[in-house]
Design a protein around this ligand. Sequence first.
Ligand SMILES: [Zn+2]
Length: 330
Amino acid sequence: MFRWFSSWLRNNCRLHCRRWWRFVLLWLTLPAFAAPAALPAEQIGDGVFAIFAPPADATPENLGRVVNSGFIVGDDGVIVIDSGANHRHGEAILATVAQVTPKPVKLLINTHPHPQNVLGNSAFAERGIPILATAATVAAMNERCPTCLASLRQSVGDEAMRGTRIRLPDRTLGSGQVLEIAGRRLRLLHFGHGHTEGDLAVFDEGSAALFSGDLIYRGQIPHLSEADTSGWIAALDQVAMLPFRILIPGRGAAGTAADLAPVRRYLSELRQRVSAAYREGRSADEAIQLAELPEFAAWHGYAARHGRNVQHVYFEIEREDMGGQRGGRR
Ligand SMILES: [Zn+2]
């Protein structure tokens, strides 16, 4: 195509015409090579920055950038938490860090294996930045990321996902839970299967800031497709014991420890209502009608997700009742 076009230019255009076409071509192809713009970052603690995403589902307009990420600037380097939904999102997060500090990124932490949190890994991997997650997150990415990548591509389009490759974390959480890096002490907390099988919360002791990953949503109905809801509630009870003053939730605005309660209440009321419907012998479809939770109807995603969440919990309770294994889809 390019050869044909060059030859057409030679045969049909005078010099000024050829220059004009080359100028047009340059402008048309520039976006493909332009560095991604930095994203708005908010400093919310000593060396702690968050990049907040508005409440939304992934669409071509928002490029799939629907979950929060952030970074911690230490004495001689930076730790990034979650890499975004695609390669260019990862690049944009790195550009954001570079706008704040010239210090190198020393580590990327994936909080859990959902595509919007891990598909930007390739931007970090190609710079040789180590990536850390729980072993369960690595296993889940290995199993599900090919499908998740295809599904996210359908939601946001090919252009947004251009250059995105699955890059698994190359480090897993060891037995020690305290990481000393770049002059910061980070407590890495895995409480078992909750929102997903691989959840990792990151507590920065110096600033008392907690990056909770999707263990905590604010003002949004949580996604339960991989969840173990009783494990999730137990994890939130463990999180509540941490001395954190600043919360960077997986979704929603910054908050404090008080903002843990609403998501716990949603999960717990959901379980109670669905459990009651199950014990009355109602079907999963009937349970959807019986487990409306008007208190949470104003949260983003209620209409689209709450009914699915009821069904998820219904089958969880049925498995528990039959003595089966707890936990969501593995
Ligand atoms: Zn998630």
